[in-house]
Design a protein around this ligand. Structure first.
Ligand code: 4NP
Length: 164
């Protein structure tokens, strides 16, 4: 009964306080709009900010577009995530390399770059830039990129939801 499996996606950045919480909010938003039954979560490669809410700039950028991420709490990626999630998407090449080095040989999760949702291309340069040390423009860019990725992902899920 493969049809009862709920698709699950983990979104990963470095700190889990800027990019991946915005991604989590947007993936959940597009899934809800498309009526998809999915599990969405986010995590960081590093543990510096564990249990902290998203960066205030990330919360404000998402809230300006009616996406509420204020309740989220940072956590670090765990080995169990490679078995619990069907898909794990990194924000940038550094995060992807870290995930590849953590991934157990028998892990079931599929790994990729989040921006590969748009065109399927796993090419360098399709990274979501780290906005932590920059200004508001960086957060706006992150939001726009991830909105496109989440919309593409939800469209693809809707197309494949009726299969099996
Ligand atoms: P994120 O951004 O990976 O998008 O959550 C960062 C957050 C914190 C740090 C770096 C990037 N930091 O160095 O503390």
């Amino acid at each position: 009964m493969a049809g009862v499996m709920v698709p699950s996606v983990l979104l990963v950045c470095l700190g889990n306080i800027c990019r991946s919480p915005i991604a989590e909010g947007l993936f959940a938003h597009h899934a809800e709009r498309a009526g998809l039954d999915v599990v969405i979560d986010s995590a960081g490669c590093a543990g510096f900010h564990v249990n902290k809410p998203p960066d205030p700039r990330a919360i404000a950028t998402a809230a300006a577009q009616s996406i509420d991420i204020a309740h989220l709490k940072a956590r670090q990626v765990a080995v169990a995530d490679f078995y619990r999630f069907g898909e794990i998407y990194a924000m940038d090449e550094t995060n992807l390399a870290e995930l590849q080095s953590l991934k157990p040989a028998d892990a079931t999760a599929k790994l990729g770059l989040v921006m590969s949702m748009i065109d399927g291309a796993q090419t360098p340069g399709r990274s979501v830039p780290d906005p932590y040390y920059g200004g508001q423009g960086g957060f706006d860019q992150v939001f726009e990129m991830l909105d496109q990725a989440a919309a593409s992902w939800a469209r693809r899920q809707s197309l494949t939801a009726g299969e099996d």
